[in-house]
Design a protein around this ligand. Structure first.
Ligand SMILES: Nc1nc2c(ncn2[C@@H]2O[C@H](COP(=O)(O)OP(=O)(O)OP(=O)(O)O)[C@@H](O)[C@H]2O)c(=O)[nH]1
Length: 181
Protein backbone atom coordinates (compact mmCIF):
# COMPACT_ATOMS: atom_id res chain seq x y z
CA UNK A 1 0.00 0.00 0.00
CA UNK A 2 1.55 3.31 -0.99
CA UNK A 3 1.51 6.51 1.04
CA UNK A 4 -1.11 7.93 -1.31
CA UNK A 5 -3.63 5.35 -0.10
CA UNK A 6 -3.77 6.90 3.37
CA UNK A 7 -5.96 9.72 4.67
CA UNK A 8 -4.64 10.39 8.18
CA UNK A 9 -1.39 10.37 10.06
CA UNK A 10 -1.09 9.30 13.70
CA UNK A 11 1.94 8.74 15.83
CA UNK A 12 1.58 6.47 18.84
CA UNK A 13 4.26 6.03 21.49
CA UNK A 14 4.11 3.32 24.13
CA UNK A 15 6.01 3.87 27.34
CA UNK A 16 6.39 1.92 30.57
CA UNK A 17 8.79 -0.32 32.41
CA UNK A 18 10.72 -3.05 30.65
CA UNK A 19 8.75 -6.24 30.22
CA UNK A 20 5.21 -4.90 30.72
CA UNK A 21 4.32 -5.98 27.17
CA UNK A 22 4.65 -2.88 24.99
CA UNK A 23 6.19 -4.71 22.04
CA UNK A 24 3.65 -7.52 22.35
CA UNK A 25 0.72 -5.07 22.35
CA UNK A 26 2.03 -3.42 19.20
CA UNK A 27 2.76 -6.76 17.51
CA UNK A 28 -0.68 -8.04 18.41
CA UNK A 29 -2.30 -4.98 16.88
CA UNK A 30 -0.08 -4.62 13.82
CA UNK A 31 0.48 -8.28 12.97
CA UNK A 32 -2.16 -10.17 14.94
CA UNK A 33 0.60 -12.20 16.59
CA UNK A 34 1.81 -12.92 20.11
CA UNK A 35 5.47 -13.75 19.60
CA UNK A 36 6.97 -15.52 22.61
CA UNK A 37 10.60 -15.30 23.69
CA UNK A 38 11.69 -12.09 22.05
CA UNK A 39 14.47 -9.94 23.46
CA UNK A 40 14.14 -6.56 25.17
CA UNK A 41 13.59 -3.54 22.97
CA UNK A 42 16.79 -1.58 22.52
CA UNK A 43 15.90 2.05 21.98
CA UNK A 44 12.68 2.59 20.09
CA UNK A 45 10.85 0.00 18.08
CA UNK A 46 8.82 1.27 15.11
CA UNK A 47 5.96 -0.57 13.50
CA UNK A 48 3.30 0.59 11.12
CA UNK A 49 -0.35 -0.32 10.95
CA UNK A 50 -2.96 1.16 8.69
CA UNK A 51 -6.52 1.66 9.85
CA UNK A 52 -9.46 3.22 8.12
CA UNK A 53 -11.25 5.90 10.08
CA UNK A 54 -13.23 8.73 8.58
CA UNK A 55 -12.60 12.17 10.02
CA UNK A 56 -10.55 15.28 9.82
CA UNK A 57 -6.86 15.60 9.09
CA UNK A 58 -4.90 15.12 12.31
CA UNK A 59 -1.32 15.29 13.38
CA UNK A 60 -0.98 14.53 17.05
CA UNK A 61 1.00 12.30 19.32
CA UNK A 62 -0.63 9.53 21.35
CA UNK A 63 0.99 8.17 24.43
CA UNK A 64 0.12 4.78 25.80
CA UNK A 65 1.42 4.57 29.34
CA UNK A 66 1.62 0.89 30.18
CA UNK A 67 2.18 -1.30 33.21
CA UNK A 68 1.87 -4.99 34.01
CA UNK A 69 -1.07 -5.83 36.32
CA UNK A 70 1.03 -8.67 37.79
CA UNK A 71 3.92 -6.34 38.65
CA UNK A 72 3.41 -3.79 41.40
CA UNK A 73 6.75 -2.15 40.57
CA UNK A 74 5.65 -1.35 37.04
CA UNK A 75 2.61 0.45 38.52
CA UNK A 76 4.65 2.32 41.12
CA UNK A 77 6.87 3.72 38.37
CA UNK A 78 3.94 5.40 36.63
CA UNK A 79 4.37 8.80 38.37
CA UNK A 80 7.96 8.82 37.21
CA UNK A 81 6.86 8.17 33.65
CA UNK A 82 4.27 10.94 33.96
CA UNK A 83 6.97 13.35 35.01
CA UNK A 84 8.94 12.40 31.90
CA UNK A 85 5.87 12.96 29.76
CA UNK A 86 5.30 16.39 31.29
CA UNK A 87 8.89 17.30 30.68
CA UNK A 88 9.26 16.15 27.10
CA UNK A 89 5.82 15.95 25.49
CA UNK A 90 3.65 18.90 24.58
CA UNK A 91 0.48 19.62 26.53
CA UNK A 92 -1.78 18.36 23.80
CA UNK A 93 -0.60 14.80 24.07
CA UNK A 94 -3.42 12.26 24.40
CA UNK A 95 -2.49 9.72 27.07
CA UNK A 96 -4.14 6.44 27.95
CA UNK A 97 -3.14 4.16 30.82
CA UNK A 98 -3.03 0.47 30.01
CA UNK A 99 -2.79 -2.43 32.46
CA UNK A 100 -1.54 -5.38 30.41
CA UNK A 101 -1.45 -9.19 31.02
CA UNK A 102 -5.00 -9.60 32.32
CA UNK A 103 -4.82 -13.23 31.19
CA UNK A 104 -2.65 -13.72 34.31
CA UNK A 105 -5.55 -12.83 36.63
CA UNK A 106 -4.38 -15.15 39.42
CA UNK A 107 -1.07 -13.26 39.58
CA UNK A 108 -2.64 -9.80 39.70
CA UNK A 109 -0.87 -7.39 42.06
CA UNK A 110 -2.60 -4.14 41.06
CA UNK A 111 -6.35 -3.97 41.58
CA UNK A 112 -8.34 -2.54 38.76
CA UNK A 113 -10.02 0.06 40.97
CA UNK A 114 -6.68 1.40 42.15
CA UNK A 115 -5.51 1.84 38.57
CA UNK A 116 -8.83 3.42 37.57
CA UNK A 117 -8.55 5.94 40.39
CA UNK A 118 -4.98 6.77 39.46
CA UNK A 119 -5.95 7.26 35.81
CA UNK A 120 -8.93 9.42 36.73
CA UNK A 121 -6.80 11.61 38.98
CA UNK A 122 -4.43 12.17 36.06
CA UNK A 123 -7.25 12.72 33.54
CA UNK A 124 -6.28 9.66 31.57
CA UNK A 125 -8.42 6.97 30.03
CA UNK A 126 -7.86 3.48 31.47
CA UNK A 127 -8.03 0.11 29.78
CA UNK A 128 -6.91 -3.40 30.71
CA UNK A 129 -5.50 -5.61 27.99
CA UNK A 130 -3.96 -8.93 27.18
CA UNK A 131 -1.59 -8.95 24.24
CA UNK A 132 -1.47 -12.72 24.66
CA UNK A 133 -5.22 -13.34 24.45
CA UNK A 134 -5.88 -10.32 22.23
CA UNK A 135 -8.22 -8.81 24.84
CA UNK A 136 -8.99 -5.13 24.28
CA UNK A 137 -5.98 -4.59 22.00
CA UNK A 138 -7.96 -3.43 18.95
CA UNK A 139 -10.13 -1.36 21.27
CA UNK A 140 -7.07 0.29 22.77
CA UNK A 141 -5.71 1.58 19.48
CA UNK A 142 -9.03 2.32 17.82
CA UNK A 143 -10.45 4.14 20.89
CA UNK A 144 -7.35 6.31 20.87
CA UNK A 145 -7.78 7.10 17.19
CA UNK A 146 -11.43 7.99 17.74
CA UNK A 147 -10.59 10.18 20.71
CA UNK A 148 -8.00 11.97 18.65
CA UNK A 149 -10.38 12.62 15.82
CA UNK A 150 -13.02 13.89 18.26
CA UNK A 151 -10.49 16.28 19.75
CA UNK A 152 -9.34 17.40 16.32
CA UNK A 153 -12.93 18.18 15.43
CA UNK A 154 -13.19 20.28 18.56
CA UNK A 155 -10.23 22.16 17.21
CA UNK A 156 -8.13 21.59 20.30
CA UNK A 157 -5.04 20.36 18.51
CA UNK A 158 -1.78 22.19 18.39
CA UNK A 159 -1.21 22.86 14.72
CA UNK A 160 2.50 23.35 15.29
CA UNK A 161 2.98 19.84 16.61
CA UNK A 162 6.40 18.70 15.48
CA UNK A 163 5.35 15.06 15.24
CA UNK A 164 4.05 15.56 11.70
CA UNK A 165 5.75 13.09 9.40
CA UNK A 166 6.43 13.08 5.67
CA UNK A 167 3.09 12.23 4.11
CA UNK A 168 1.29 14.37 6.67
CA UNK A 169 -2.44 14.14 6.25
CA UNK A 170 -2.18 10.53 5.23
CA UNK A 171 -3.67 7.57 7.04
CA UNK A 172 -0.82 5.85 8.89
CA UNK A 173 -0.27 4.80 12.46
CA UNK A 174 3.35 4.84 13.52
CA UNK A 175 3.72 2.74 16.63
CA UNK A 176 6.78 2.89 18.79
CA UNK A 177 7.89 1.64 22.20
CA UNK A 178 10.36 2.81 24.78
CA UNK A 179 11.12 1.63 28.28
CA UNK A 180 13.22 2.13 31.39
CA UNK A 181 15.40 -0.94 31.90
N1 LIG B 1 0.84 -13.63 29.90
C1 LIG B 1 1.14 -12.55 29.17
N2 LIG B 1 2.42 -12.29 28.88
C2 LIG B 1 2.68 -11.17 28.13
C3 LIG B 1 1.67 -10.32 27.67
N3 LIG B 1 2.24 -9.31 26.96
C4 LIG B 1 3.56 -9.55 27.00
N4 LIG B 1 3.83 -10.67 27.68
C5 LIG B 1 5.15 -11.27 27.96
O1 LIG B 1 5.89 -10.31 28.71
C6 LIG B 1 7.25 -10.31 28.29
C7 LIG B 1 7.66 -8.90 27.87
O2 LIG B 1 6.92 -8.52 26.73
P1 LIG B 1 7.45 -7.35 25.77
O3 LIG B 1 6.38 -7.03 24.81
O4 LIG B 1 8.79 -7.70 25.22
O5 LIG B 1 7.63 -6.19 26.84
P2 LIG B 1 8.18 -4.71 26.59
O6 LIG B 1 7.40 -3.82 27.49
O7 LIG B 1 8.16 -4.38 25.14
O8 LIG B 1 9.66 -4.88 27.11
P3 LIG B 1 10.97 -4.03 26.68
O9 LIG B 1 11.16 -4.26 25.22
O10 LIG B 1 12.06 -4.66 27.51
O11 LIG B 1 10.71 -2.61 27.05
C8 LIG B 1 7.37 -11.34 27.17
O12 LIG B 1 7.85 -12.53 27.72
C9 LIG B 1 5.95 -11.52 26.68
O13 LIG B 1 5.75 -12.81 26.18
C10 LIG B 1 0.30 -10.63 27.99
O14 LIG B 1 -0.67 -9.96 27.65
N5 LIG B 1 0.10 -11.76 28.76
Amino acid sequence: MSMEDYDYLFKIVLIGNAGVGKTCLVRRFTQGLFPPGQGATIGVDFMIKTVEIKGVKVKQRFLILSYDITCEDSFRCLPEWLREIEQYANNQVVTILVGNKIDLADKREVHRQRAEEFAEAQSMLYLETSAKESDNVEKLFLDLACKLIREAKQNTLDNNDSTAMPGEGKNINYLSCCSMN
